[in-house]
Design a protein. Structure first.
Length: 685
């Protein structure tokens, strides 16, 4: 059995050809100058007389043959056959006359022989396509038939859906040129490739079967035809629609509205609608919120096939007169996210533990891209694909929008680099566990219901400068395999009323769409206490703090606030924090360990460094110790010898001067010790 339906198209075209042969024979019988070599270039007197003479159009004789063709097609469709012309007629709501007119206009596009005959029938050798008058005549209808003429009107399905195009619109209606677009002809002949105008905006979101799928499938089976998926958190809305469409045995045509910038939106959406009609596909528009204010949306709403719009936020009633069926997409459950990653990684390397990358909230298409990139990088490195490769591929999918508002840092430290009390380290590990299992606890177990609360994790790191707060945030990001973005206060704070809140809202919105740790350094500058209102400045400062309180409540990402002055933070922030981690100044043992780590390989050190003395005599924070070690290293590099105790003392002195501390008698004792140490360093072994 021929399942692609070409025999049906050929049979219908043969009927058109036979009809053309009859019309040509009839025209020749009444043509006064059939052998005129200049026919079509001028109108002679004999031709004028013939045009004025009354005559009837030739009768159509292919009705019985058409019934035979349609009966055979009915039988084959009942056994699974597919006929594109029939499917197009059903999907677009075409009448029998519409189909006949479409075939008449498409014939010169399929077989060039008929171009010259159409020129003869048009009585113009330069007009080789059908005109409305010729098409109606070949279909057996009079040009006086208003109903038949209406099938070629701009609002009729053939024209409005882009199946027929008119040119020479300045000519009288009956002599205008009708053209079937190449895409329509190619589709009828079996070509499934989308037009080039759509290749840049079409996307493949993959498949995701969850609780949303069944509801969307029921909506697709209804006759309403317009659905709005509100997908604020999951990112799998389009993938769920594709799965639902497959469940009801329909194709999907998914476009990304973010890729329409700088294009003729109306023309693109018109081509999308025509493609959906040709393939009987469900139109899925990703990121519809980017398109909702466009006047061209009406093109989508008039599509004969179902249209599913996927966007953020509530439906805007002013978008159109027709309200959609609303479907809320819930957050992806932990088990479903694990399954998505398992499906994505399983094809490449089953040795990677899915739990190590499940923290990345990606949709199936993004997972596929991340894994493909990881495999390519591993191939370049001539190694087996590892978790690190997958994590790097996932981080590359982060939006670049946040980098305009915050400084991106790729973590380069781990837990071994922290020198903190055991209790502080444990609190940091607990915070990492919150970030790793928040979807299970807050989503599946519903431990934070109602009130518009988000599934974010927010921690406060409080302590003196240099005690390791920012490094701890970087360690958390490294443990979770995420990038760290440090908010640049200069890009946030504005002297103009309301601008600071707008900047913060952009930061929070971008942070929720990427897989990263958001760090607010010196958070007390933004999250300060509200004060009694004495003037307008106090009032707007309080509005800013109130906005932050509300926005942190609904935040869905991972944020770390660091401050040297915890007492300056508004008390209302404490309830919204998941953890408050105090960073104490290091004791002598911690300082000794910090000195040792700052001076480990490959730093060249003298064999008798007195780290005990440096740690015991000079109480400094970790940041100051690192800065002193760097100053000592520069001094040693300048003199061309390994780092010695005298270099360390020099670096400590520089730090004391920066801190404004008095240089006490311990420096005199340190100089004696450094001199003795230097002598020991040069004593022969």
């Amino acid at each position: 059995m021929v399942r692609d339906g070409l025999w049906y198209l050929r049979a219908r075209m043969e009927l058109v050809e036979n009809r053309i042969s009859q019309v040509v024979a009839f025209r020749r019988s009444v043509d006064p100058t059939p052998d005129d070599p200049f026919r079509g270039l001028y109108v002679g007197e004999e031709t004028v007389d013939a045009l004025l003479a009354p005559h009837d159009d030739p009768p159509s004789t292919h009705g019985d043959r058409l019934l035979v063709i349609e009966d055979r097609a009915d039988v084959e469709e009942a056994h699974g056959g597919e006929f594109r012309l029939r499917r197009l007629a059903r999907c677009a709501g075409l009448t029998d006359l519409d189909v006949e007119l479409l075939l008449i206009c498409a014939l010169p596009e399929i077989d060039a022989r008929w171009e010259r005959l159409y020129g003869y029938l048009n009585d113009d050798v330069s007009r080789r396509r059908a005109s409305p008058g010729l098409a109606l005549a070949l279909a057996g209808y009079s040009t006086w038939d208003a109903v038949a003429r209406a099938r070629l009107a701009p609002g009729a399905p053939l024209a409005s859906l882009g199946l027929l195009e008119f040119s020479d619109v300045d000519r009288p209606f009956l002599t205008r040129t009708l053209r079937v677009p190449d895409r329509v002809v190619d589709h009828l002949l079996g070509d499934d490739a989308p037009p080039r105008a759509l290749t840049d905006i079409l996307v493949d979101p993959g498949l995701h079967r969850g609780e949303t799928t069944s509801r969307v499938a029921r909506a697709l089976r209804s006759s309403w035809g317009l659905i709005y998926l509100r997908d604020d958190t999951s990112g799998v809305g389009s993938a769920a629609v594709v799965a639902a469409a497959a469940e009801v045995r329909r194709r999907s045509l998914v476009i990304d509205a973010r890729r329409l910038g700088g294009r003729d939106v109306g023309a693109i959406l018109h081509a999308v609608r025509r493609e959906a009609v040709l393939t009987d596909a469900v139109v899925v528009v990703e990121s519809f919120h980017e398109l909702s204010e466009s006047d061209s949306c009406a093109t989508l709403f008039e599509c004969p096939t179902p249209v599913v719009l996927v966007g953020h936020g509530p439906w805007a009633p002013e978008t159109g007169d027709r309200l959609p069926i609303l479907v809320e997409v819930p957050a992806v459950a932990t088990a479903d996210r694990l399954a998505m990653w398992r499906n994505g990684i399983g094809q490449a390397d089953s040795g990677i533990q899915v739990g190590d990358v499940a923290v990345y909230a990606l949709n199936p298409a993004q997972i596929r891209r991340a894994v493909a990139n990881a495999a390519a990088v591993a191939d370049v490195d001539a190694t087996t694909m590892t978790v690190g490769h997958v994590r790097e591929g996932a981080r590359m999918l982060n939006s670049a929008g946040l980098q305009r508002l915050a400084r991106r840092t790729t973590p380069a430290v781990d837990w071994d680099d922290l020198v903190l009390p055991a209790s502080t380290t444990q609190m940091l590990r607990d915070l990492a566990a919150r970030a790793r299992y928040r979807e299970r606890v807050l989503g599946e177990w519903r431990m934070r219901p109602g009130g518009g609360r988000g599934h974010g994790v927010i921690g406060l790191f409080a302590g003196d400068s240099g005690t390791g707060k920012t490094m701890a945030a970087e360690v958390l990001a490294a443990d979770l395999g995420l990038d760290m973005y440090t908010v640049d206060l200069a890009s946030v704070v504005s002297k103009w009323i309301g601008e600071t809140e707008k900047n913060l809202d952009r930061i929070f919105a971008e942070a929720e769409s990427v897989n990263a740790v958001l760090v607010f350094d010196e958070a007390d500058a933004l999250f300060g206490k509200r004060s009694e209102v004495r003037d307008a400045q106090d009032r707007y400062a309080n509005v800013e703090t109130a906005y932050l309180l509300a926005r942190m409540e609904s935040f869905r990402g991972l944020a770390i606030l660091t401050t040297n002055l915890r007492a300056n933070l508004d008390d209302a922030f404490t309830r919204r924090l998941d953890a408050v981690v105090e960073f104490p100044r290091p004791d002598e043992n911690a300082r000794r360990e910090l000195w040792r780590r700052c001076l480990r390989d490959p730093v060249p050190c003298a064999p008798h460094l007195d780290l005990e003395f440096c740690a015991g005599a000079f109480p400094m924070s970790g940041g100051n110790i690192r800065a002193a070690a760097v100053s000592a290293a520069y001094r040693a590099a300048d003199t061309g010898h390994p780092v010695g105790t005298d270099d360390l003392v020099y670096g400590i002195e520089q730090e004391y001067r920066k801190l404004g501390r008095l240089i006490g008698p311990e420096f005199a004792r340190s100089e004696q010790r450094s001199t003795t140490s230097a002598a020991a360093d040069t004593r022969p072994a």
